[in-house]
Design a protein. Structure first.
Length: 298
């Protein structure tokens, strides 16, 4: 078991590029991390990591050993799950898109923790595309099309979307009856990067997707800001229906162009292809699948 512990520590150092961060992730002293790595290198009679004051990186032998270690530990974890009735234990680090966390995860998280009391969840909220390996994250929950091919995606749902604006905005600018009517309208821009072009509005017409680039007077970088800007009468937005169900019911937002809805929004859980999938991550992914299956607007 000491050898497996050494390999697990080595993998975490390699992924985090830091002895200190690896120790924090594994909840062990930094001195223990250092000693385990030294012992591993002495036994193998090779240097696995190059250490400088600024960074830690794999040597050529380290790269080869890392690939074999990840496969071996993955096979070991899978084999233990087949024969062991032990519940997963340890810290599980997840990064969740904010509104998905608010509606689908946090209200029901006691259910997961009650089933797996040995797991401690460390939850961060983000919309950005993060480096899971370097940031020590086990999995993320994201909405939208998958862009990063270095990650493995597990599709959880396809959420119905709507196009909406505030009654005040529509009273001033008019209610568009067709897609061509949008030419005189404004959209609330959405972009996580200030240097990137805001996302376009997408519609389904005659079973084809049409993208419309509207003028905008404001660009936001957050889901709540996006809805808030529409509520303030700053333009048209497209969001999953679940997110604004109460606003639609209250009449503070109004659906437009219902015959030309936006395409559905995919929701996926992502994890690194280079890292073995721990039993903690596996049971959390399975739980997420069930959570989204129970939601009516999929």
């Amino acid at each position: 078991m000491d050898r497996f512990n050494e390999m697990a520590v080595f993998i975490r150092i390699a992924e985090r590029k830091s002895f200190t961060l690896a120790a924090e992730d594994l909840l062990i002293p930094r001195s223990t991390v250092t000693n385990l790595l030294k012992r591993l290198e002495q036994r193998l009679n090779t240097r696995l990591l190059e250490r400088t004051t600024r960074q830690v990186k794999l040597t050529h032998d380290g790269e080869n050993f890392y690939e074999r270690c990840t496969r071996l530990l993955s096979d070991l974890d899978e084999m233990e799950n087949l024969f062991s009735q032990t519940s997963p234990k340890g810290v599980l680090r997840v990064n969740l898109q904010g509104t998905l966390a608010k509606f689908f995860v946090v209200p029901f998280i006691n259910e997961f923790l009650a089933k797996y009391p040995g797991i401690t969840l460390h939850v961060a909220e983000d919309d950005r595309q993060i480096d899971l390996v370097n940031e020590g994250v086990d999995c993320v929950l994201r909405a939208g099309e998958l862009l990063d091919s270095s990650l493995i995606g597990r599709r959880l749902a396809a959420l119905e979307q709507v196009t909406v604006a505030s009654p005040d905005y529509l009273q001033q600018q008019g209610v568009p009856k067709t897609i061509s009517d949008l030419k005189r309208h404004k959209a609330v821009g959405y972009s996580l990067d200030a240097k990137s072009k805001p996302t376009e509005l997408d519609f389904i017409s005659s079973k084809k997707q049409i993208s419309i680039d509207l003028a905008t007077s404001i660009i936001v970088a957050g889901a709540d800001l996006y809805t808030g800007a529409a509520l303030a009468g700053l333009g048209i937005i497209q969001v999953p229906r679940y997110r604004i169900a109460s606003e639609l019911k209250a009449g503070v937002l109004q659906e437009i162009l219902p015959d030309n809805p936006p395409p559905v929004m995919p929701v996926s859980a992502l994890y690194p292809s280079s890292r073995h999938l721990s039993s903690r991550t596996r049971v959390f992914l399975d739980w997420l699948v069930k959570r989204f299956q129970q939601f009516p607007h999929r």
